[in-house]
Write a protein that binds this ligand. Sequence first.
Ligand SMILES: Cc1cn([C@H]2C[C@H](O)[C@@H](COP(=O)(O)OP(=O)(O)O[C@H]3O[C@H](C)C(=O)[C@H](O)[C@H]3O)O2)c(=O)[nH]c1=O
Length: 185
Amino acid sequence: MKFEALAIPDVKLLFPKKFSDERGFFSETYNQTTYADAGIFQSFVQDNQSVSCNAGVLRGLHYQCTPYAQDKLVRVAHGRILDVAVDIRAGSKTFGKWVSAEISATEWNQILIPCGFAHGFVTLEPDTEVHYKVSAPYTPEAERSIMWNDPDLGIPWPHEESDVTLSQKDMQAMSFADYCRNPDF
Ligand SMILES: Cc1cn([C@H]2C[C@H](O)[C@@H](COP(=O)(O)OP(=O)(O)O[C@H]3O[C@H](C)C(=O)[C@H](O)[C@H]3O)O2)c(=O)[nH]c1=O
């Protein structure tokens, strides 16, 4: 399995093989053995899928607090996203730092977001379909949101505030300063 570490090495980009022929293509989008070869030993317990009708749909920055934290293996079956992971591990030398990558059906790449990172993405094309595996079940009471455009994080999203579509939850997300007052990682 071809992979590369991003600037925060715990976040990895993966490049599964795609076997194309005159019918179309086949790809193993997850395989415990070959992903272990890339240093991904997490076991996943839940598959998620979100479809966003337009470009500019922004979901995040989300995480589940300990002990309900989730590793996430994210891929795009149709369309393209800018995916962002923010290190929220208290004491980490990259605390408050972020990494980003374009994940798309065209590139057929994936991103592993470990526990201890807040995760978000913005769609770059209409009808973008994101599939992701998580290593712990959904626990609503453990769900937290940090403001996507928090000035202390300074994530250079490609959209202005007026151009993004957010959920009510994400519109009311906490600031990063609020998170720092009571970090739950
Ligand atoms: C995450 C989740 C949600 N839901 C229900 C709860 C809501 O009624 C509905 C929509 O949930 P939400 O608005 O939180 O969905 P997203 O904004 O796409 O959130 C996700 O997007 C960001 C990028 C993430 O990294 C998280 O995995 C996840 O928070 O699905 C479930 O039933 N199970 C689940 O695992």
